[in-house]
Design a protein around this ligand. Sequence first.
Ligand SMILES: Cc1ncc(COP(=O)(O)O)c(C=O)c1O
Length: 499
Amino acid sequence: MLRTPLSLDLLALDPQAGTPLYRQLYDALRSAILEGRLAAGARLPSSRRLANDLGVGRNTILAAYEQLAAEGYLEGQIGAGTRIAASLPDKLLEVGNTTTQGPEPKDAGSPVRLSRRGEAVAAIRRPGIGYERGQARAFQHGLPAVDQFPAALWSRLLARRARDPRNGLFGYETGAGFAPLRRAIAAHAGAARGVVCTPDQVIVTTGAQAALDLAARMLVDPGEAAWMEEPGYLGARAALVGAGARLVPVPVDDEGLDVAAGIALEPAPRLIYVTPSHQYPLGVTLSLARRLTLLDFARRADAWIVEDDYDSEYRYSGRPLASLQGLDRATRVLYMGTFSKTLFPGLKVGYLIVPEALVDAFRAAIRLTGHIPAPIVQAALAEFIGEGHFGTHVRRMRTIYAARRAALIDAATRELGAFLHLTPCEGGMQLVACLKNGLDDRRVSAIAATADIQVAPLAPYYIGLPRLSGLHMGFAGIPEAQIARSAKRLATALADTAP
Ligand SMILES: Cc1ncc(COP(=O)(O)O)c(C=O)c1O
């Protein structure tokens, strides 16, 4: 005959506590089981008796017993003949220090088991992203001047969509994206970048990163080869690694991706990631000859090209080359863009323009990945573009950024000439500084940080050994006066530390 090993002290319930009585009982019993104070197979008192003993309603006892039974801690008939489960998983019983409230603590010190892909993705660290103090720090790269964004206008557009739950924007998204936004994106990409597409080919995503993730997962099987620019964008590397791709680093020179070197390294890639307008991070433009060679190769190799056109709206002189996608007659190119640079990164809207043959599969897949921006945001953005605010904003920013860029070139030449020289580049939101006299970019970046200045080293963008020691110096989000002051401070820090 089994004893009832329950002491009423163990189950002291407090009616004044904020936690419901049944939950207090559940927590107490569960802890006793996990800590081994209630043995497997032991019999619990009937619900009626325990209710009497504890002076609470029988429903309180039944609710606690039922919850424990549902979770596998108890077996038998609830109310009478209830026992502690005979075969609690060993793992559960090892948790000796379970607290009675909240989630179970992780085993301190024991390694977390991730997939190999998960480990590889988690090991990739993006340098310096985000606004620590609400505005960009000199010389943070990749960040637009968010304080210049017409926020009052935007909030009106957003509020109008948020007011009426019957406007069709409160339900599930279908994966295709909000039709007026797709039309606006197709028109913009066509006019500004020579992209040839219909609105049906536009997939609206939560930023370019989501577009990269979707493309990588949909087009590459684990172990298949993907060309990656060397040095190249860490977000793209992470998406490809996450998809299990075998990365082939293909060198970049002053004509952009070295296609011939890529063919020699890996003649059968499934996917080729490229930033032709403004190579990330070096800023060079892929030459027309290389573009034609790349398209021809992709057609023959049956490879997909992912063209990341992340910041080509900003160009300060000369005419930009049109998109690679617009040159592509064999429809091998997936074109991606983002509003993170033209508007603000927290908007989390980007897009992928896929060849017609991929439309159905990508629309179906994006619903499963969940990389879809809120319909309310999509609708407000469609109106923002449709009413001409997008064009106005980009034009305004181009003027502001041109002045900031000139200020950076000026300050760097004046103050930092002993340590670095800026490489010429006609577009974007940052410049590349090549370090002189064998200075190490990681070390210079660490010294700059001591002076509260952020300059990202180029080294992490390389998969192999870095060929260039350089820095990313952003200017878009930083007013001219701050640029001048910060260049001086950086020069002092470098001179003092004599790296
Ligand atoms: C090369 C490149 N691609 C894409 C993006 C944009 O990504 P997202 O739209 O996810 O902000 C960035 C932003 O830093 C970038 O540098």
